[in-house]
Every structure is written in C-alpha cells, then in structure tokens.
Design a protein. Structure first.
Length: 160
C-alpha cells in the first residue's frame, strides 16, 4: 500500500493539485500533516475515490481536524501529527514518547519544513518537508511510503 505524506503547503494550492495529479494513479492513502488545510478544499471533489487523512497544524485556526491521528496500514500502526505540540523544532523526544505510548511503527510529522527520515528503536520518523515553503534549500517535497508485508520503504520525492 502506498501512502503519500505531505505538509506545510501554506496557500500553495497549485502545488497540492500538482501532487495529486502526479501521484493519484499509484497512491492508496494521502496524509496531510497540517498548515493550510484549506489548500485541500477542492481535492475531495477532484479525487472522490482517494482517502485523505488530515492533522491540524499550528496555522490551521478553527480546524475540526485532530492534532494527532492514527491509522493501521497493512498491520502497521501509523501516527501522524503536525509536530508543533511535540516541539519537533527542538528534537524528536516528544515524537518518540508519542510513538512508544501508541505502539507506532511509523510517525509522520511536519512543522519544520525540512525533510527528515530516521529509524530508531523499531520506529520510522518521517518529515516529508514542505510543499509550499521548504526551509532546507531543496525544492518542494513529499514522502512516498510503501507499506509492504516485508517492511516499510520511504522515499522523499520532489514535486515536478
């Protein structure tokens, strides 16, 4: 099963549309990790058959979405959040506690606008970077995650 994780679009609706145009044929689940969830408003109409999960970010005022969500994919527990409440700008200790408390195999987060992939104590921690305002000097990006019976494969990809 393929998951596309993306975050921090910050009013770059065109980038969100391009992401779906480029990946819809091969993606089973999309997970948006917050900050400008309004950028997704037209996606359910354009892609009604695609499953989309959303975590609210620090810029998503008046959101009805949760700050932390979870989903089981092929027997793997996936926790997703924006990361601001776990203080990811200062390290991953908050995320690691969240992972341990919830039996996570994979934790997806945003907020820093910087790509990250780390494997620690049996858990993957992945930040897809930013679709709108990357802060790592690299092009806008997302994460393609393949959850297979044999394990989890993670790739950071750049938006064309």
């Amino acid at each position: 099963m393929r998951i596309i994780a993306f975050s921090d679009s910050h009013r770059h609706q065109r980038s969100v549309r391009r992401l779906f145009e480029q990946t819809a044929l091969t993606t089973d689940l999309y997970i948006f990790l917050g900050d400008s969830e309004g950028d997704l408003d037209e996606i359910p109409m354009l892609y009604p058959d695609k499953r989309l999960l959303i975590a609210a970010g620090n810029c998503d005022r008046n959101s009805t979405e949760p700050f932390v969500g979870s989903v089981e994919v092929c027997g793997k527990r996936v926790i997703f959040c924006h990361g601001h409440l776990q203080h990811v700008g200062f390290g991953l200790s908050g995320l690691k506690k969240l992972a341990k408390d919830n039996g996570a195999d994979l934790v997806l987060f945003g907020h820093t606008h910087v790509r990250h992939c780390e494997y620690d104590d049996g858990v993957y921690f992945v930040n897809p970077g930013s679709l709108g305002l990357p802060r790592d000097g690299l092009p806008p990006s997302y994460a393609a995650i393949d959850v297979l019976p044999s394990g989890i494969l993670i790739t950071h990809a750049e938006l064309d």
